[in-house]
Design a protein around this ligand. Structure first.
Ligand SMILES: Nc1nc2c(ncn2[C@@H]2O[C@H](COP(=O)(O)OP(=O)(O)O)[C@@H](O)[C@H]2O)c(=O)[nH]1
Ligand SMILES: [Mg+2]
Ligand SMILES: [Zn+2]
Length: 326
């Protein structure tokens, strides 16, 4: 066999994968059958995967190849998907990869209009922690609409526990350069509720980028998985240098937690996780147990009360959805 080329999956649609190789050529690829033989609990390839391909065609009529090998993933942002045929290995659900190897997620909220939903933010941060994504960045947009004192009262705490917070206004062009700096050389994704200014911000990062990132829904009204088209948009190398990509994938739109046991949730609240080892009982739920180090830290103000309330609320939701399954 000819030598294989190293590449990055930059687009996937209907079982085809577009792979950008080192010299910049994009090959339209399918998966080597051998890769699909075993029952898979996860997608074999997804946007962001680093792969090796063999070349089938490389001339004026086109660039075609076959994905022969997929590298182990550094991070996996996933959601559940219904099993189709035998691909889930018999399980009711399998992992559908929204994006592999993302380096950063920007969680965009508005300082006002709409009022920030911190429960949604905390839930999304849990999803990002579970995915193993290194840079979880909070963007607070529309700072022109709210008193700075109120904005800080809402978001300053996140900086204290270790999440970068960038304050922006797409209207006055504040904070955009900071976002640009973080994007450089990374694979990133934007998410957040509608109306917070994502499209406006993307258009400031690169002309027309907001229109390109559509994040169309991949689920029809019955909740059934429909044909999906996910892509990594290569950002302008003159601004961002080489190897800077922004994800355009429908899965980012409704980012939520999936496949987390209630007992492991505390590990994904990074401020709560620090105290868990000091609880008297190893199965402590941090709600009413004696000797709970988390409760003590909430009472002393070391853990933010709102974060703790959201931990309890999300934990109850995870428990309820488990009960519904059995
Ligand atoms: N005052 C103000 N309005 C903004 C800002 N960013 C976006 N908007 C407005 O908020 C609305 C929603 O913005 P859009 O980019 O479509 O939000 P998306 O739904 O998150 O993509 C539009 O009317 C924008 O003009 C901002 O920083 N300040
Ligand atoms: Mg939009
Ligand atoms: Zn506890």
């Amino acid at each position: 066999m000819d030598s294989l080329l190293d590449g990055l999956v930059v687009r996937e649609m209907s079982g085809f994968f577009w792979v950008e190789v080192t010299d910049g050529t994009v090959y339209m690829c399918r998966l080597r059958g051998r890769l699909m033989e075993e029952a898979q609990a996860s997608d074999i390839a997804a946007i962001g995967d680093r792969v090796k391909i063999s070349v089938v065609e490389n001339d004026e009529s086109g660039h075609k190849g076959v994905i022969e090998w997929v590298a182990e993933r550094d991070s996996v942002l996933a959601r559940s998907a219904r099993t189709v045929g035998n691909r889930g290995g018999g399980d009711a659900e399998r992992e559908h990869v929204i994006i592999a190897n993302a380096d950063a997620i920007f969680f965009v909220f508005a300082a006002a209009q709409p009022t920030p939903n911190l429960y949604m933010l905390d839930t999304m941060l849990v999803a990002g922690e579970q995915a193993g994504i290194e840079n979880l960045v909070i963007v607070v947009n529309k700072i022109d609409l709210e008193d700075p004192i109120n904005i800080l009262a809402t978001f300053e705490h996140y900086e204290k526990i270790g999440y970068p917070v960038i304050y922006t206004s797409a209207k006055t062009h504040t904070g955009i350069d900071l976002v640009k700096t973080i994007l450089k050389g990374k694979i990133s994704a934007f998410t957040g509720p509608s109306g917070v200014g994502k499209t406006s911000l993307l258009n400031l990062l690169q002309p027309d980028l907001g229109r390109q990132v559509k994040q169309v829904s991949q689920w029809n009204a019955e909740g059934v998985h429909t044909t999906r088209d996910s892509a990594l948009i290569k950002l302008d190398p003159r601004i961002y240098g080489k190897n800077t990509y922004l994800a355009d994938t429908p899965g980012m739109r409704s980012l939520s937690v999936y496949d987390i046991e209630p007992e492991e949730l505390d590990g994904y609240f990074i401020d709560i996780a620090e105290y868990v080892m000091d609880c008297r009982f190893s199965n402590c739920t941090h709600t009413n147990e004696p000797g709970c180090a988390v409760l003590k830290a909430v009472q002393s103000g070391e853990i933010d009360k709102r974060r703790y309330q959201n931990y309890k609320r999300l934990r109850r939701e995870l428990e309820t959805s488990l009960e519904a399954m059995y």
